[in-house]
Ligand binder design. Sequence first.
Ligand code: AHR
Length: 523
Amino acid sequence: MKVNMLRPQLVVSTLTLFLSVAVSAAPPVEITVNTDEPGELISRHIYGQFAEHLGRGIYQGIWVGKNSSIPNKNGFRLDVVNALKKLQIPNIRWPGGCFADEYHWRDGIGPPEQRPVKVNNHWGGVAETNAFGTHEFFELLEMLGADAYIAGNLGSGSPREMAEWLEYMTSDSNSTLAELRRKNGRREPWKVAYWGVGNESWGCGGNMRPEYYADLYRQYATFLKAPDANRPLKVASGGYNELTDWTDILSRIPSNIDGISFHYYTLPSGNWDKKGSAVGFSRHEWISHLANTLKIDGYLKKNISILEKNDPDGKIGLYVDEWGSWYDSEPGRNPGFLYQQNTIRDAVMAGVNFNIFHSWSERIHMTNIAQMVNVLQAMILTKDEKMVLTPTYHVFELHTVFHDSTYIPVTVQNVPRVRSGEVSIPALSVSAAKAKDDNLYLSLVNLDPENPSEINATIDGMAISTATGRSLEGESMDSHNTFDSPSSVSPSAIAATTNENSFRITLPARSVTVLQITPGSDP
Ligand code: AHR
């Protein structure tokens, strides 16, 4: 045959030509946004944070003390606090994590020099000075305008200790505890929006069975009393990954429960003994990490279908109060500090998670990325007086427009899949919402590590005036910001070509884009 007569080199170039024609001829992704059928509220609490007494998460990362040479206000790092303000953080979960079930709140009140020094047994065995305690936490919340999500100690505490902490925070009476709070400098009660009863009670929080924990929850929650106008929503400590029995058992508690937590961490390998690196990873690990990220969608679906059955009135929310990337600790660092670099892969991973959370916003009342500063998938990394914003920080900042927006359904067609061996991922993740400013916003994540994505979008029920936004991309799969090069990954402007109620846009490879669609006058 003729082909067999071609010289090998010519065969290769003919094939290359054929392949590139085939690739460039791939049809654009077709997106239809249906503004006529608005869905649920996307709670701003989906953009919650988590700060644990772990490594440099609190000490050095947020709190340096009043006498530090690092510029601070009352001991709080000004650079970090000012950067966090831009994220409009809705809530912070504190003091853990596993630390929460070893924390005794009385250690962290009163004159700092009189507070006991303990050992943080769970994280690195380092000294815990208790310099950052209840009053400092609420001062941070006030600076950031965020709500409190307290994780109470069920594992090694008692119902009395937990109840008294809540009384200390919220009582406006003349009780001894309220007076103690006043003596320690806080006259008015604080608002406590959320209260978690323990953490990971199946593991570090006490190695319990769900049935046993469910009884303890009922007992502890009974004594969590606060004035009517300041009663926190109570969150039971639930399951993780593919587990559903915690959700099932806890959602059958008849009253005094507002939420059940759920934890999911993404590891590139899926193997806790050898998780994978934060930087310098292979194309396969890009794909496997995002494939593992996408698994949360199925886990949420299963847990939510149980809630639909046991709680058809929708009173109990699912609180994904720990999620994020978790990599192997860098050589030479204290493995108990969970410090890791943060790349464009983490930004893409966060964008994918947000789109999934938006789609389940009817039941997902809150999520908390782990963690805010210097720990796991952090917003900010610090080193002495230096600070750097991570790609994940920028994704949170880009998505502030989704806080308390209204979910708008989207259908997508022609989404190619990106493959490595047996593993494959869709090249695009998308969600849409109508924001409080009346504009439509699209979150568009290109998961493809190599190729841009051509998008044709139609907005049903809305004429378009403009379609502009900002995009975060990386030059390589592990592009990241460093103290010496802090802006390698930072958002840049992007615009779509519009025509009546449709637009076209090319998304860069490895990118997260938030597009603002301003309404035009109807034709
Ligand atoms: O975020 C780090 C740890 O991960 C938390 O302390 C714990 O709850 C989880 O296992």
